[in-house]
Design a protein around this ligand. Structure first.
Ligand SMILES: NC(=O)c1ccc[n+]([C@@H]2O[C@H](COP(=O)([O-])OP(=O)(O)OC[C@H]3O[C@@H](n4cnc5c(N)ncnc54)[C@H](O)[C@@H]3O)[C@@H](O)[C@H]2O)c1
Length: 437
């Protein structure tokens, strides 16, 4: 492995730009402010609470991640973003009903100051929304240029040294790669000619990467996961990552499935259903938008179990995922899993998981970790798809032809080893000779 060049220091302010300032984004912003003021703890955040072992076990070195690598301090983060509704972050957070009003009132002064910029939005891609806080432009390229102006102005006004962008907008309708996604030239032509294969999330991703701003996609939309934007990210030395924050049911799947496989237990069926009542649930109630999410959720267990290699154990799994919009629950989703497993001589057993989770509480620390680690990647001269950030995603973006890695524990090893590599520490693979003798 080539020697890593020095990581540039995290000097000055980091602007975190969020297209989509709904439940996840406002829970992230309010959470960081609450932690900054000493009101709460950043629980669930790998960078803030996680530790990394260095050297041999006997050395007893395990600093916190934030002490090991030079990350931007929470005090140096500035928030910005866009939404199709013009509510400030306080109002949007009250509407989202994720955090207690009492907590939001304590930090109201700061939250009220953060107001979304006008969005690039098209109802054809998210039918269940119809906000009016939207930019006008003749072509998609005009809209991309308007976003680039926003980015420039935000950086100047807030005196930011660096920026990152994390898509927290709604899930768009299901789309597949098209001709205009194949090269930078084709994408730019498509933007000028209003090609229908370019959804708003792709316009944001183009604007960010064009401006040298690292981009992560928290939804399952194609967005930056097309050859044109991967090429542009390499050309402009910009790190990118996606797709779809790994929270809730999929997080549980990538924790449980490696365990079944490790013990060679068979699986006959896995039925997952969810009830949720937030705006995300309303958007996903539309079959075209659900399809995007379904594809993102379904791949996970097949990729871990590799049924083609293990047909006796996993060759005949019935895997079904359902999402049901149920307003009374708001953001407090309930995810049920019924898993039909098989043991010695094929004897069947069942496992039931009932996860009463809070979607945005699980997603907010991921937004923070992605923002800080993408910025670290940028200061370390890493560019293109950052596969080591797959730890945070339901459908990790990978180089063309490579299967994604979903197993949470392999992902953890990869992210930890990447940080060790960046800091020129010995990689830990548990294969050192001292382990066996
Ligand atoms: N909460 C989770 O656990 C979780 C997990 C994985 C992925 N996600 C994804 O993260 C995204 C955000 O989730 P949420 O719960 O905050 O949803 P939300 O509906 O509360 O917020 C999304 C916001 O994006 C805005 N928006 C939509 N299109 C936009 C555009 N083109 N430009 C600017 N703003 C736009 C909407 O107006 C809304 O305010 C969704 O795509 C969701 O599927 C969430």
């Amino acid at each position: 492995m080539a020697k890593q060049s020095k990581i540039k220091p995290a000097k000055g302010k980091l602007g975190v730009l969020l297209p989509g300032m709904g439940s996840v984004a406002t829970t992230f912003i309010a959470g960081v402010i609450a932690v900054r003021r000493g009101i709460s703890q950043p629980i669930g955040s790998y960078t803030q609470m996680g530790r990394i072992r260095l050297g041999k076990r006997t050395e007893k070195r395990s600093p916190k991640i934030k002490e090991f690598v030079p990350l931007t301090k929470l005090d140096d983060i500035v928030f910005g973003g866009w939404d199709v509704y013009k509510d400030n972050v306080y109002k949007a957070a009250v509407h989202a009903k994720v955090l207690d009003k009492q907590l939001l009132d304590e930090i109201k002064d700061e939250l009220k100051q953060i107001k979304p910029m006008k969005a690039v939005f098209d109802k054809n891609y998210v039918k269940r929304l119809d906000g009016k806080h939207v930019k006008k432009g003749k072509t998609k390229m005009d809209l991309a240029k308007a976003l680039m102006e926003d980015i420039k102005t935000f950086k100047k006004v807030n005196k930011c040294a660096r920026l990152v962008m994390v898509w927290c907008g709604s899930t768009e309708i299901y789309m597949e790669e098209a001709a205009c996604h194949q090269s930078i030239k084709a994408l730019e032509k498509g933007l000028r000619e209003n090609d229908e294969n370019i959804p708003p999330s792709m316009i944001y991703a183009y604007a960010a990467i064009k401006m040298g701003v690292p981009y992560a996609n928290g939804a399952p939309n194609l967005s930056a996961d097309v050859p044109a934007l991967v090429q542009l990210s390499k050309k402009n030395n910009v790190p990118i990552g996606g797709k779809d924050f790994k929270t809730g049911q999929t997080l549980m799947k990538t924790i449980l499935t490696p365990g079944f496989k490790a013990r060679s237990l068979g699986i006959n069926g896995w039925f997952s259903t969810n009830i949720l009542g937030n705006r995300d649930g309303a958007v996903l109630d539309d079959p075209d938008n659900f399809k995007t999410k379904e594809v993102s959720k379904l791949g996970v267990i097949e990729h871990i179990l590799k049924p083609e290699e293990n047909p006796e154990l996993y060759g005949n799994i019935y895997h079904k995922v359902r999402i049901n919009y149920y307003p009374p629950r708001g953001d407090n989703k309930e995810g049920w899993d019924n898993i039909d497993i098989a043991g010695w001589l094929g004897y069947p057993m069942q496992i039931k998981v009932d996860f009463l989770c809070r979607d945005s509480i699980l997603a907010a620390p991921i937004v923070l970790d992605l923002a800080l680690l993408l910025d670290l990647a940028n200061r370390s001269d890493l560019k293109g798809i950052q596969e080591w950030l797959g730890f945070f995603f339901k459908s990790p973006q990978t180089k063309k032809g490579l299967p994604p890695m979903h197993d949470l524990f392999k992902q953890l090893m990869k992210i930890n080893n990447t940080l060790r590599y960046l800091k020129e520490e010995e990689l830990i693979t548990h294969l050192g000779l001292d382990y066996y003798y």
